[in-house]
Design a protein around this ligand. Sequence first.
Ligand code: PEP
Ligand code: MN
Length: 284
Amino acid sequence: MNALRLASLNGDHLGRTIISAGNVRFGEDFVVIAGPCSVESEEQTLKTAQEVKAAGAHMLRGGAFKPRTSPYDFQGLGLQGLKILEKAKQETGLPIVTEVTDPRDVSWVSEYADVLQIGTRNMQNFSLLKEVGKIDKPVLLKRGMNSTLKEWLNCAEYILAAGNPNVILCERGIRTFETYTRNTLDLSIVPAVKETSHLPIIVDPSHGTGRLSMIEPMSLAAMAAGADGIMVEVHCKPAEAMCDKDQAMSPDMFGGLMKKLHILRSSMSKMNGKAMQGSGASNS
Ligand code: PEP
Ligand code: MN
C-alpha cells in the first residue's frame, strides 16, 4: 500500500496544521461546535443558535441534508435549511458546520457553509471526497463507524490530494460488540492522530455515546486527551427533537458543560500553555 503523502506527520509537515473558519482556528484553540442534529424550522434553529452562542459556543452545527437509516425518517430541509442556517449566522455571528451528502451538492452548499461535514456513512465515498477536495472551505471528516485510523487518514489524503489542505478529523464512535452505548467513543484515537498526522482532530461525544448522561464526561475526557475541540448536539426543546432526541442536550446542560470545560482548560493550560477560545475578554 502507498504511504500517506500529505496527511501524515513527516518531513514536510512537522508542525500542526491550523485551519481557520471565520474567527475560529482549529488546531490552535479548543473549538466548541454546538447545535441541533437537524435544522427543523427557523424558530428552532435561531433559538438554539442564540442559546449556544450565549453559553459560549464558537460554531453552530445543524444538518440540512440528513443521512437517515430509514428512508421514511425526516431527511432534512435541504436548501431551505441552509437558508435558515445563513440567517442564524447573521444573527449570532457563529460560523456554520453542515453536512453534504452528494457530490453534486458540494459547490452550492459550500456557499452557505463555513465548514462542510462528511458524515460517518460517507467517509469512504470517494467521489464525494474528490469533490470536496476541489473547494477551499474546510472539511470536517468524520471517522467511518467501521474504519481504522489508516483508512480514515487515507480518506483525508483523498481530499488533500485533490487540492484542499483544510481537513479537520472528527472521532464520532465506532461499532463494537457493546450495545449500552450507541457507539464506542474511541478517545485513544486522539493521541494516535496526534502522533501520526498534523491535522486537527475534534470529538463528537453525542453520536459517540448516544446517551445524554455521557456527553459531559466524554467531552471533558476529549479535552484531557488533547482533542482540538468537540461537536455536541443541543436543541432548544430536546423532547421535541425530530432527530437524535435521546442525545440532545438542553441549552442549560450545554451551559454547564461549557463552564466545566473552561475550568479544565485553565488547569490544563498550566501544563501546556494553551488557552481555550472564548476564555479571553474578546470572546466571553
Ligand atoms: C451528524 O453529525 O449529524 C451525523 C449524522 O453524524 P454521523 O455521520 O457521525 O452519524
Ligand atoms: Mn445527530
